[in-house]
Design a binder for this molecule. Structure first.
Ligand code: IVH
Length: 665
């Protein structure tokens, strides 16, 4: 392979892995399976092994994934919080064992433990009191989440016990039980909130909430699996865990000392078959050398100990038969095929459906009617089809033909260039699109109107609401005609609609459901254009001047405002008193940067978003690229020389972050 191509592939892998790390650790919303993630990581590691001079210092192989957020104080770990080497096969485990034996000889013990699938936590105790709880963060610094952790009932706040070290740290995993997760998620769905995909995401999302009282209501548990400190009672891992259990910590009894690799394989085999019986998720088995002195001799690599390894279970797979395909139309008109399957038990739950995403996936699977398919549960609630079992295919079965017309309104579907999805173009008359837009509009992060899917359906079926602006003309008399609506529910709903009139402009913009205008883009557009009229009349060029807005988003915004129906809806919203202008809190932030435009480039000691936020807070505007319209370029480290030159030629003022902060002081 050509050197440039390899470098390019390495850069691609790094970017991709970093995005997945962010989805997993910070957003708690991974969109690939652990297996797929580990494959990307091992492809990168292999390339780096073959081309050592291409190893970047920021490569994800050299550091642990970070869950640091801006919501909590970041605190340095007393002992770095490392990750574990992973393997999915017995061969690699044998090599791990051989490496260890080569270094420390035979005659030692391993401890085999469950690999809990949640988020790592380190708890510091001093004189028996819980002083601090830190997430893993980037391994060196963690988020301080003590108040949230204190709401978990299985974590003791105070311990008095013999042999308790005066100062120690105990580490473990916070998980949500499966039973707790199921009822908690059902409640969320009933309240119109978005469901969590799995207990891990729910646990990790819960710990990162700002309000501890809300954390208290989440069914969380903590399993402890490691101790650190200078005066631990024993010189081996197993006995210290036993002591920790006697001090009142929740330590799983499902761990075992073994003195051979065969013993390790037996433990793995047992739990691979029995893991579905646990009330919490495990994603593998952890194997650790028991004796601390031997652990010390074996030492660490940059991010993992050499004395421990994780054997990860492959996602469970089963074969079942395809019954039919249902086509669902979303609020944007995109048509998503879903496979209806013969119900089958998989990883503890009965599976009846699998996502197929789009027509390309159906084609690449070469799916036929009544095929037997292998399914697997990844990071999502709904499992996916891995492959077709061709041996069981019936001779006369026909390939699945993607529908040509909308299943709801009968309009011929269209497919945009470069897009995998088919769309129903009947935006204004296709019921699921209309209802979907209303559901989106009333959502918690948008207009926060207390109305679930069922009510939206009722309002639509009765012809009371045909578009979002109709919500504001609803009367009590009309609402009484809805099944199940009594005085209290009517007045609550009307009040909630009334309250939404004070929702800030950026949320209103997000609520409109303009394609590609999510929460972040809406914020950027709102702060740049400041009111709806300026946004409505913006040209493509003006839109693309906004930080992070490219051709795709600008085209979608222009398309939205080119439709008279949308402009009519916006006029109605305006007449109803909805916020269509940003409200700046002048008291906290004087308009010091009003009329000034900024481009940020290079690396800074802080997150770039902090700078961007300050620019908008003080009335300035963030631009995407240097042009004659730019007033200031805030230049960080490693800024490209071409950009710098361009700025100089255009007479743009080039300042450092320190100078910027002086401007707003
Ligand atoms: S020991 C030096 N033991 O798995 C690393 N980790 O992939 C010590 N985990 O960050 C970790 N169960 O969050 C250990 N029984 C167990 C575990 C466990 C789950 C998690 C932990 C760690 C991750 C590594």
């Amino acid at each position: 392979m050509d050197f440039e191509l390899i470098k390019q592939r390495i850069d691609e892998l790094i970017a991709e892995i970093e995005q997945h790390n962010y989805n997993y650790y910070v957003l708690s919303q991974p969109n690939i399976t652990d297996f797929e993630f580990d494959q990307l990581l091992s492809e990168l590691a292999q390339l780096e092994k073959n081309y050592p001079n291409l190893v970047a210092s920021n490569s994800p192989t050299q550091k642990v994934g970070s869950d640091l957020t801006r919501n909590f104080k970041s605190v340095k770990h007393r002992y770095p919080m490392l990750s574990l080497g992973n393997t999915y096969n017995e061969q690699e485990l044998t090599e791990f064992d051989q490496r260890i034996r080569k270094q420390i000889g035979d005659g030692f013990e391993y401890v085999c433990e469950l690999k809990f699938d949640g988020l790592a936590i380190g708890l510091r105790y001093e004189n028996g009191l819980l002083m601090q709880a830190l997430t893993r963060g980037d391994g060196t610094f963690g988020d301080e989440v003590t108040q949230n952790v204190k709401t978990i009932s299985s974590i003791p706040h105070q311990i008095s016990a013999v042999m308790l070290p005066q100062d120690f740290e105990i580490r473990g995993e916070i998980v949500m039980t499966r039973s707790g997760f199921n009822s908690f998620n059902q409640e969320r769905i009933a309240q119109g909130e978005q469901a969590f995909a799995n207990p891990r995401n729910a646990a990790s999302g819960s710990i990162k909430m700002i309000d501890s009282e809300k954390v208290r209501l989440r069914p969380l548990e903590c399993f402890l699996y490691a101790l650190h400190g200078d005066n631990l009672p024993f010189s081996n891992h197993y006995d210290n865990l036993k002591a920790a259990k006697s001090w009142g910590f929740q330590v799983s009894d499902f761990r075992q000392k073994v003195d051979s690799l065969e013993g390790v394989f037996e433990f793995i085999e047992y739990w691979n078959h029995h893991r579905s019986q646990l009330d919490f998720d495990i994603d593998g088995i952890v194997i650790k050398v028991n004796d601390y002195e031997l652990q010390r001799q074996l030492g660490f690599t940059a991010k993992t100990p050499r004395w421990a390894i994780a054997y990860k279970f492959k996602a469970e797979q089963v074969v079942t038969q395809l019954q039919s395909i249902t086509y669902q139309v979303g609020r944007t008109g995109a048509v998503t095929p879903v496979a209806n399957l013969d119900p089958i038990l998989l990883a503890g739950t009965t599976v009846k459906r699998a996502s197929l995403h789009n027509a390309d996936i159906i084609a690449s699977l070469d799916l036929h009617e009544n095929d037997f398919v292998k399914i697997e549960k990844g990071g999502e609630i709904i499992p996916k089809i891995i492959e077709v079992d061709l041996q069981q295919r019936m001779a006369d079965s026909k390939p699945i033909q993607f529908i040509t017309h909308c299943p709801d309104c009968g309009t011929a579907l269209v497919r945009m260039e470069d897009e995998a999805a088919f769309y129903c173009p009947n935006e204004w008359n296709c019921p699921p699109q209309i209802k979907g837009r209303i559901e989106h509009f009333v959502g918690r992060k948008m207009m926060d109107i207390n109305m679930g899917q069922a009510t939206v359906n009722l309002l639509f079926e009765k012809g009371l609401v045909r578009n979002i602006s109709d919500l504001y003309t609803l009367t009590a008399k009309e609402l009484y005609t809805l099944e199940g609506f009594q005085q209290k529910s009517v007045s609550n709903l009307l009040q909630s609609i009334q309250n939404s009139k004070s929702i800030p402009f950026e949320k209103v913009l997000f609520a409109l459901g303009i394609r590609y205008v999510g929460e972040t883009v809406a914020k950027k557009l709102a702060s740049y254009f400041e009111d709806m009229e300026h946004l409505q009349s913006a040209t493509a060029l003006e839109l693309q001047m906004v930080d992070e807005i490219g051709e795709r988003i600008s085209e979608s915004v222009l398309n939205y405002f080119s439709q008279p129906n949308n402009n009519q809806v916006i006029q109605n919203l305006k007449n109803s008193g909805i916020q269509l202008k940003i409200q700046r809190n002048l008291q906290n932030y004087p308009d010091k940067l009003k009329g000034q435009t900024f481009v940020i480039s290079g690396k800074f000691s802080m997150d770039r978003d902090v700078l961007k936020e300050q620019i908008t807070n003080y009335g300035g505007k963030n631009l995407s690229a240097v042009s004659s319209n730019t007033d200031f370029l805030i230049a960080g480290e490693n800024m490209g020389p071409a950009k710098l030159k361009k700025a100089e030629n255009l007479g743009v003022k080039i300042i450092s972050d320190v100078e910027f902060f002086k401007m707003i002081e």
